[in-house]
Every structure is written in structure tokens, then in C-alpha cells.
Design a protein around this ligand. Structure first.
Ligand SMILES: [Fe+2]
Length: 491
């Protein structure tokens, strides 16, 4: 086919834009704080070609790396494709050659064996390098100054895992990168690689373990002592893939689990603890220790938030009927057989962020996106699950105190990034893209970047950067300070 389908994966903020461009000196309303000096990178799925199949989904689209560069109050914008093996093969052919999301049995025979990852999920910064990641393959290194693709990253040939998560965790105190890859040995392999890179970016540890079932492990958490793998019953099946079907199917009747081991320990020390049945989570906020207790805070839902993963498992729950909460799971590690104690922390939502310094440690604030119960009209169409969030929440997990930032009617919010302040006692800033509708046509909107005081989100933006363009939805973003950019490996 040569036309883009008119499904939720291609309309609203998922409308294909397919533009590589550079804009300098975007108009700014308000004042950009002096702390906001560096780059806000975004991972944007935007397929260069119409898909092979009408039931294509946004997660299957080519990764673009976008950057808002904040330079002493001026802001420049750039966006380029990540030149993955897949992108280059299709560019050469001038058409899609790769078939369904994470199903190589649906590809054009000419690309058999070519790496399928689209590097479209999270920009990751570590040890002076920028990577574009997606959990089905290794990360692609990108030059943070030119946005040119450097190539696939395998720790100078040391990494055995074929995959690298889009959600590694950096311990801000040690500078180490903790990461994993599931389906580490290839398609539907039950092995998970658990790895540590030191503060200089050297791979110092890689161990493999088998997970209890073949689940999608999208995120994990660390504490000062532990590495924690919460897993949920959305499962892969090789026979279904060979029949041309979906990679993932949600199983409403199967339990979740937590795998927990000492973070510097051996995978043989992993304890698997059974959790609630049928639940799903893509992102954990944070985890930390309080004596023998380990708290794990997660964006939990009663089923999988992606309609196509529910449908593949025969789960019939409408998107609007999904229920969930920001939830705390607590384990008492002094017990021989620790169990999960569950309590709600806040309203449902996702795309959670915390200050880098709080990673794995006791914390008293986090931010996430949710639906504003007072908003009039339907949410803006688009984004990975087909509807965009319209409220930014700041929560104090210790006492449940909530504040909310609203957006103009019908607007959508993308995941924020946190920027620390140099002023002692100041809580820093958030940057995020807001898509503001211009007309009832869901493809007609203008994308802005809002800069917000992190501890006063209810006050709204202190600065609005106007692109004048409708930008395609991101998945995740990352803030990188000027100091780190200046010290990067590539120039
Ligand atoms: Fe994610």
C-alpha cells in the first residue's frame, strides 16, 4: 500500500510529518530561566514510508531524534531520522520492507536478517554519549551536536545481549548505568541480561537469567542495595508470531511478579515474588529502602493500557474503562518469603519523572501525566495509546499532596523532563511539549515547549517556546545540561 491508514496510530498528534528540519531562534513568550541551559532531546516515532499493513501501530514507526537547544534564552529546534539499518534499507527501496510490530515473519524477504529496531523510544545520556533506544534491539548512538547517527552501540564488542532497554537507570551518586535487555538471545528467548556500565561507560557486568514467563519488561528500578524487575502478564509467543500475529498478548488471568536481587549480586540470588493477577504497568516512578522495607512506586492499571495488546489476548476492556492508580508496592526483605503489600498513592496516570538525584533513594516529589477531571471535551487524539494526557500532576508520595497544571482546552501534554536549579533550595524546572489545537481538525495544532517551575506546576509556564508547527508525538524525552554536552565524546 502507499497511503497511510486513518487509524489512531496515524491521526491527531500521530499524523505522519516526515520532516527533517532545523529552525533557529524560535519565538519565546516569557523568560527562560538561567538554569535552563542545555538540550531537551525527544524520541519521536514517525514512519518515513506508509506501512505494509493497515493495522500498523505507532510503536512500529521509525525513530526520529528531536532537540530543543536552550542557549542563553534563545531556543533552536532540530529533528532528524535515526539512521538505523531498517531506515536505510527502506530509504533505498523507497517503501516499507518491514512488516508488523516486532514480527519478522511478516517482512519482505529482501530484508531477512536485517536489524529491525527503529530506536524510537527513549533518548538516553550516559558517560558523554547519547543513545536512541528501543527495547527490541541495541541502542543507536547519535551525535548530540549534529544529530547524525554514529551507529549501533555494543560497548566496544563486549555486550552479549541483543537488546537494550529503553529504561535504564543511572545512580546519580555513583554515575553507574544499570540496564537490562529481555529476549536477550533473540526473538522469544526467555533470557534477560542484567548489566552495569561504570561512570566512564565501560561495561563491567553482564549476567543472564530466565524470567518466569515471556513477558515484556519495559522498565525496572534500582535502590541503593537492590535491582528490581517488576513483570506483568503481557506475553510473547513464537507460534503466534510465525502465524503472522501479534508479538504481545495480555493474559488477564495470570499473575504479575517482582524479581528482586542485590544490585551488585549474582542473578542466582534473584527472588521471584508473586503479585496481583491481570495487572499491567509500563513505568515505575522510583524505588527505595526504608530499613528492611523496599518501596516500589508504579503506574499500575487493571489491564494493559495498549488496546492492541489487550485485543491479542482476547481482553475486551474499552480504553475509557481502564482503571488504575499511582501505586506503592512494599516488600519486607527481613522475611524469608516477602509478600507484596499494596496501597494507592495517587490518581491514575503515566509518563512519570523524578529528579535525577532522587533515583533509587528516599524522595518526596515526582511528576506524572494524567487526565484532568474538569477538562471539557474529549482528549486530544494521538500518542502511543491513541489519546493524549491533559494534566500534569506533582505528587509528594510521602503525604499524597497533589498539585496540577492545566493546559488550554483540547491540548495534550508530552512527558516532561526535570532540570535542577543552581540556586540552593530551589526545586528546579520542568520542560515539556504541549500541543495546542488550532481548529476542530485533529491534525491542526501548534506544538510549544513550556518551561514550568517544578515545585509550582499549578502556576503554569514561566516561558512558552512556539514552534509554529504541529510536531508528531514523542514517546520519552531527556534533558542534558550544557556542561555535559560540552564534555561529550563527539563534537
Ligand atoms: Fe517507556
Amino acid at each position: 500500500m502507499t497511503a497511510f491508514p486513518q487509524t489512531i496510530h496515524f491521526i491527531g498528534t500521530n499524523t505522519p510529518r516526515r520532516m527533517e528540519l532545523s529552525l533557529r531562534n524560535l519565538p519565546v513568550e516569557g523568560q527562560i530561566p538561567a538554569d535552563v541551559e542545555g538540550a531537551f532531546f525527544r524520541a519521536v516515532p514517525d514512519n518515513a514510508h506508509a506501512p505494509m499493513f493497515d493495522d500498523d501501530i505507532a510503536l512500529n514507526h521509525d525513530g526520529m531524534i528531536a532537540r530543543f537547544n536552550f542557549d542563553k534564552g534563545a531556543v533552536d529546534f532540530d529533528i532528524r531520522y535515526v539512521e538505523t539499518e531498517r531506515y536505510l534499507a527502506e530509504k533505498q527501496a523507497r517503501r516499507a520492507l518491514f512488516g508488523r510490530y516486532r514480527n519478522p515473519f511478516t517482512d519482505d524477504p529482501s530484508v531477512e536478517g536485517v536489524d529491525r529496531t527503529v530506536a524510537n523510544t527513549t533518548p538516553v545520556w550516559h558517560a558523554g554519549r547519547l543513545f536512541m533506544t528501543k527495547e527490541d534491539g541495541r541502542g543507536y548512538e547519535v551525535n548530540p551536536h549534529t544529530l547524525a547517527t554514529v551507529g549501533k552501540w555494543d560497548y566496544e564488542g563486549k555486550l552479549r545481549s541483543q537488546t537494550f532497554t529503553a529504561h535504564p537507570r543511572v545512580d546519580a551518586q555513583t554515575g553507574e548505568l544499570f540496564f537490562f535487555g529481555y529476549e536477550a538471545g533473540g526473538l522469544c528467548d526467555p533470557n534477560v541480561a542484567y548489566c552495569i556500565a561504570d561512570k566512564d561507560g565501560n561495561l563491567v557486568k553482564e549476567q543472564w537469567f530466565e524470567q518466569p514467563y515471556l513477558s515484556t519488561i519495559h522498565d525496572f528500578v534500582i535502590t541503593e542495595k537492590y535491582a528490581i524487575f517488576p513483570i506483568f502478564p503481557t506475553l510473547a509467543d513464537l507460534d503466534r508470531l510465525k502465524a503472522g500475529g501479534a508479538h504481545w498478548a495480555h493474559h488477564q488471568d495470570k499473575p504479575s511478579y517482582i524479581g528482586i536481587m542485590p544490585r551488585y549480586g549474582d542473578v542466582s540470588e534473584m527472588k521471584w515474588i508473586e503479585g496481583p493477577v491481570g495487572v499491567s504497568c509500563f513505568h515505575e516512578v522510583n524505588a527505595y529502602e526504608d530499613g528492611d522495607l523496599v518501596h516500589i512506586d508504579l503506574c499500575l492499571t487493571n489491564s494493559n493500557a495498549f488496546a492492541f495488546m489487550r485485543e491479542a489476548g482476547g481482553v475486551h476492556i474499552d480504553q475509557r474503562e481502564l482503571q488504575g492508580a499511582l501505586t506503592r508496592w512494599t516488600l519486607d526483605m527481613s522475611k524469608a518469603d516477602p509478600q507484596i503489600a499494596e496501597r494507592p498513592l495517587g490518581p491514575p496516570g503515566d509518563l512519570c519523572r523524578l529528579a535525577d538525584a532522587d533515583q533509587g533513594r528516599p524522595y518526596n516529589r515526582a511528576w506524572y501525566l494524567s487526565m484532568n477531571p474538569q477538562a471539557k471535551g474529549p482528549p486530544m487524539l494521538g500518542g502511543p495509546v491513541g489519546a493524549n494526557f491533559n494534566a500534569l500532576l506533582r505528587i509528594e508520595p510521602g503525604n499524597g499532596r497533589l498539585t496540577m497544571m492545566e493546559v488550554p482546552p483540547g491540548a495534550g501534554i508530552s512527558e516532561p523532563a526535570h532540570i535542577p536549579s543552581a540556586t540552593p533550595g530551589h526545586g528546579g524546572w520542568l520542560v515539556m511539549v504541549i500541543d495546542v489545537p488550532n481548529s476542530p481538525n485533529p491534525a491542526d495544532y501548534s506544538s510549544e515547549v513550556w518551561v514550568v517551575e517544578a515545585d509550582a506546576v499549578e502556576n503554569g509556564p514561566v516561558a512558552r517556546v512556539k514552534t509554529g508547527l504541529p510536531l508528531r508525538s514523542q514517546v520519552h524525552g531527556a534533558w542534558v545540561s550544557r556542561e555535559r554536552l560540552d564534555a561529550s565524546v563527539h563534537h
